[in-house]
Structures are given as C-alpha cells and as structure tokens.
Design a protein around this ligand. Structure first.
Ligand SMILES: Cc1cc2nc3c(=O)[nH]c(=O)nc-3n(C[C@H](O)[C@H](O)[C@H](O)COP(=O)(O)O)c2cc1C
Length: 328
C-alpha cells in the first residue's frame, strides 16, 4: 500500500468480522517487527500470538478490562512486550520501551498494509495476563493488540460504537514539533489530511460483472472515471467531458477484495501531489456498511491546452475550487 494511504487508513477501530486471519499475514507482521531499528541492535521486543481456540485464549480474554470486551471478537490477540535485560541503556536512558514501540508500529502498519485492522490496548490486568501466558519474570508485557478483519459497526454495543464514530483529533504540528529551539513552533506549508473527502455512490450494473463473477480492474477503472466525472461536475462545476483541461497521464488500480453484484459500492477520493502542471487523485471503492476496501486507485492528471497541444500550469481558479479536497 502506498505510504500516505497506509497512514491515513490505520485506525484503532473496534468492530471485527467473523473471519479468520491467514497465518502468513501474521508471519509478515512479525517479520516487519523483526526488521525494526533498535538501540545497539539489541532487539528487546517479544510477541506472543494467541489465536481463537488456543488453550490460553480464554484466560487472556479474561485479563482484558470490561471496556475492551469488543477485542474478544478479534481472531488474533498479540501480546507485545520487552525483556528489559535485552534493551540498551545510554547514560541513564533505557531504550527497551522505545524500541518495542518502534517494532510494534511496524507490526501495525504491516497489518494495515495487508487489509487488516490492528488495535493496541493498554486496558488489561497484568497478573492474570502473566498467568494466562506463563510469562517469565524478566519479560514486561506492554500492550495487547487485537488483529482481524474490520467488521460492521452495527454489531457493536452502543457505547463502543460511539467510540468508533468519534471524530479523530490530533495536536497541531506546531504543538508537537519545534524549529531550532524548544517552543518555536514548527510551521508546515503543506495541507494536512484533506478536510473533506469527496464521496459518491457507484451503482453497480449487471454488465459490470465479468465471467469470474466480480468487477475486474478494467471495469473498476471505468468506475473511478465515473467518480472523477461526478467530482468535476459537483466540485469544479465542469459537467462536460470535452471541457476538461487535463489528460489522464497515468493510472494505477490495486485490487484488494472482489466486488460482487450484491455489494454496495461507494467511491471516495481526494487530490494530492499538486505540481506545476499536474495533480494526483487518490481514490478507493469501498462498502459503506462495513468499511471493506475493494479497490484502490491513483491517477495522475496533466493539465493540457488542447488548442496549442501543450502542457499548461494548474490554474489558481481550479485550486481555489478544490482547496478543501487537497491533502497529503
Ligand atoms: C499503548 C496504547 C494503548 C491503548 N489502549 C487502548 C485500550 O485499552 N482500549 C482502546 O479502546 N483503545 C486503546 N488504544 C487506542 C487509542 O485510543 C487510539 O490509538 C487513539 O485514540 C488514536 O486513535 P487512532 O489509533 O484511531 O488514530 C491504545 C493505543 C495505544 C497506542
């Protein structure tokens, strides 16, 4: 998955589907963690993977706080932690926690990269967790990560669902990053994640389904084209294709899950990477009922003057119209 999409797709959601996780996906997550950096390459991290049906699973679930009961539906629970004795210390600074956090982040991103949901938790009781997994004294458990495929938020209890629907917030860059010295806010010039993501319904027709019973990438591309046309009509105010001021220079379509005729398909898209004469659209087709992403696309548009046959700059007027939809 493209890196900025990886960052924007990762979210600590709580609804898990009743679907097993392929063992190779867990293996790749551990592999990603294994290649993380660590102070003096001491690799203090350790992971205990507990799947549904494993003998220790019930006792591990029992150690979770009541507020994390949703995690019992996750097919895989991974307990992360560190051996302090394996960590590096510099002066009085211990790095085992830091390095285990780095490895855990790699593990989370590799999960997202493979279409999985991974939610870290600190809400559990240490003694019963230690007993459940027969942890040695010199191992410090740090987090439990619930891993699985995203499910339907309608299946969550009301309180948990509210947590999943909360607007995600972050401190501003100037509050967490300083330039030159402490207290001098770092000021970015790039827009942060898009304030708005354009969304539109994509009605599937029988003719969109191929001999394999699903929507193949060639057809998916036409669905993205349909979405782009709607975006231009609704946001930019250009309804006729012959009035477009760009050519489609490049398109990448990434298949993730099959789209079947009974699926509900919505498209979401925003603009990225605006250069002098080009810009990109990032888009995906997803099921609004459970958040499953079927197909991702990225297209590069080059502004083109059809009268002179030359590339031309992205106009200020165009940028003004799409400003809300521009993100990293
Ligand atoms: C170390 C750690 C412990 C967490 N513990 C819990 C937890 O016990 N229960 C829970 O629902 N979420 C837990 N979270 C998830 C955070 O609430 C979540 O990461 C944060 O609100 C930001 O949301 P996001 O991950 O969707 O960006 C934890 C996250 C981290 C990194």
């Amino acid at each position: 998955m493209e890196f900025s999409r990886l960052i924007s797709s990762r979210q600590s959601l709580r609804a898990f589907a009743d679907r097993r996780v392929e063992p190779e996906k867990i293996e790749r997550m551990i592999e990603a963690a294994r290649w993380s950096p660590s102070c003096a390459n001491r690799q203090p991290w350790r992971f205990v993977i507990v799947e549904a049906g494993d003998p220790s699973r019930h006792a591990l679930e029992e150690s979770l706080d009541a507020g994390n009961a949703w995690a019992k539906r996750a097919p895989v629970l991974i307990v992360t932690g560190a051996r302090k004795a394996d960590g590096s210390s510099v002066e009085t600074r211990d790095y085992f926690h830091h390095d285990t956090g780095l490895a855990t982040m790699s593990l989370l991103y590799r999960a997202v990269d493979q279409g999985l949901l991974a939610h870290p938790m600190a809400g559990w009781k240490e003694d019963p967790l230690r007993t459940a997994l027969s942890l040695p004294e010199d191992f410090l458990p740090i987090a439990v990560i619930a891993v699985g495929y995203a499910g339907r938020k309608e299946d969550l209890d009301g309180e948990t669902r509210k947590k999943d629907e909360r607007t995600r917030v972050r401190k501003n860059a100037g509050e967490i990053a300083f330039r030159g010295r402490w207290g001098e806010p770092f000021r970015g010039t790039l827009p942060s994640s898009p304030a708005k993501v354009y969304e539109t319904e994509i009605p599937l027709r029988f003719g969109d389904i191929d001999a394999m019973g699903h929507v193949n990438n060639a057809v998916a591309m036409t669905l993205f084209e349909l979405g782009r046309a709607k975006f231009f009509a609704e946001v930019v105010g250009i309804g006729r294709i012959e009035d477009y001021e760009f050519i489609l220079a490049e398109a990448t379509v990434r298949y993730r899950l099959p789209i079947l005729l009974q699926d509900q398909v919505r498209l979401r898209m925003h603009i990225t990477d605006i250069a002098r004469s080009s810009f990109k659209f990032k888009a995906d087709l997803f099921d609004p009922r459970d958040g499953r992403v079927f197909t991702e696309a990225e297209t590069v548009q080059v502004m083109f003057d059809y009268a002179t046959g030359r590339v031309k700059p992205v106009s200020a007027e165009f940028l003004a119209k799409v400003r809300d939809y521009i993100g990293g």
